[in-house]
Structures are given as C-alpha cells and as structure tokens.
Design a protein around this ligand. Structure first.
Ligand SMILES: [Zn+2]
Length: 268
C-alpha cells in the first residue's frame, strides 16, 4: 500500500519525464526537498499543471510506494501563485534564482521548516517590491538559508578577532564573515566598503525595510560575486546562480540607452 502525505510545497522546478508526465522538484516543511512524478501534468487538460508551475506554493498530496524511490503527485492545488511577480521578467528571474538555489542547496529528504519559511518569505518579498529592489530579497533569502543549512554568514565583525571597526577589507568564505586588516584568513575575498555596509543593513532589516534599500548595481555585482564564491566553497558542485545570467544580458541590452550602470539599483 502506498503511503499518502498531504503537505504544503513550494514548487522549485520541473522537467519533462514522458510525453504527458513531468518530474517536479519541490520543497516541503517536513519532507525537505524532493522530486516527484506528476503523471498527466503536461496535458493541457491537467488540473494539476498550474499548481506545479515553478514559483508557486501549493497543497499537494503525494503517494510514496515502498517499491519506488520517487513519490507520485496525486493532486495539487494552488495556495499562493505570487501573481504580482509574473508581470515582470526581472522579478520572475530573481525569484527563479531563489528557487534554483533552494533546489541546488537543500539536502534531499531532510525536514527544514525554517528554510521553507525563508524561501517563501523571499518569494513573497520579490512579488511585493519594485523590479530594481527585488534582488535585495534574494540576498536576504540566501543569507537566511545559509544559516538554515549550517553555514551562517555575518558581516559586522572580524571573524578572527571580533573587531567591529568598519570597514573590513575582505570577507572569509571559509569562516562566513569579514576579516580585519590585522588578521588574515586563507580564503579571503576583497569587497567594497559599500558592500559590507549593504549586507549589514540587509541582514538586520525588518521585512518592511528589505525592499526599500537602494543598492547600486556596482554593489549588487559585488554581493553576487561574494555569495556565489561563498556557496562554491560550501556546496559541492555549485557554480553560480544561472538564473541571474538572464539579467546580465538584459542589462547589457539596455546599457546603450539607459543611465550609467553604477547610478541606479538593480542587479546584473
Ligand atoms: Zn581581526
């Protein structure tokens, strides 16, 4: 007899499995990240299809047979579609990067209700903010998830000696924090003083303040480089946030007509 599980799930990604079925990657509070087969979900008439779109929170019923290592999706109903972000390519892209990271970084089958809340909060934040500030929610989500995964980051004191005289010249990806001029670490990454200041603000910001912080493109580039280097160090096989490459090409296309690249917020 298969076991039936009813759970909330954030849909992170999906890929075709057969002509009519797909494999859906989702995260749940109590089962962690998992892949499940959704039979018939690729048919136009499938009622499950929209509830299994990436960047959706749905209530799903999974059936797990002892003979199979992959669960089946029996039914799926949309709880939150984050509709506000679907009008914007920038925000869909930033939300996709959050889902991409969760799918890549979360261990399979390990309960992590805090990680679930953090991804959900980031997606809701990206949906509720303007394009130029959406990436703030991605950075904040990634730092919260790093803590959930056991390699928390902090930005306001030297990881070696605790000194809090800012700015610190570099960030240690091995230790997850800044390093002062008097100390040194094996795996240091230089960063801009503005990057440290922005990360301190974002890490401490209330939900209302995350999306209101105007971070320049130059600093967003530095933050992106830093978090990608940090996760390369901590997650085997991680390379970079592929979803964000779309923004790089959008930005390159708009550079000829827009303002200087460092004068406005946004990411690339
Ligand atoms: Zn120090």
């Amino acid at each position: 007899m298969p076991t039936l599980i009813t759970t909330m799930a954030l849909i992170l990604g999906r890929r075709p499995w057969s002509e009519s079925s797909q494999i859906v990657t989702m995260m749940t509070p109590d089962q962690g990240r998992l892949n499940a087969v959704a039979r018939g979900a690729r048919k136009l008439t499938s009622e499950m299809g929209p509830a299994l779109e990436p960047i959706t929170e749905s209530q799903v019923i999974l059936s797990q047979s002892p003979r199979s290592d992959m669960a089946n999706v029996r039914s799926a109903e949309i709880v939150e579609h984050f509709a506000a972000l679907r009008h914007s390519l920038v925000r869909v892209t930033v939300a996709s990067a959050a889902c991409e990271f969760a799918a890549r970084a979360l261990p399979e089958g390990e309960a992590n209700p805090s990680a679930y809340d953090h991804v959900r909060t980031a997606l809701a934040g990206i949906a509720a903010t303007a394009d130029r500030d959406a990436v703030n929610w991605l950075w904040r989500g990634l730092m919260d998830l790093a803590g959930d995964l056991g390699y928390a980051m902090q930005f306001d004191r030297c990881v070696q000696c605790g000194a809090s005289d800012l700015p610190h010249p570099a960030f240690s990806v091995a230790d997850g924090g800044p390093v002062c001029e008097r100390c040194s670490a094996a795996t240091m990454r230089p960063w801009l003083p503005e990057t440290q200041a922005a990360l301190i603000r974002l890490a401490a910001a209330s939900a209302g303040a995350v999306g209101a912080d105007r971070i320049t493109k130059r600093v967003n580039r530095d933050i992106r480089g830093l978090v990608e280097e940090y996760f390369r160090y901590h997650i085997p096989g991680f390379d970079h946030l592929r979803s964000l490459d779309v923004l790089t090409s959008l930005s390159a296309a708009g550079a000829a007509s827009g303002p200087g690249p460092d004068e406005s917020a946004g990411v690339e």
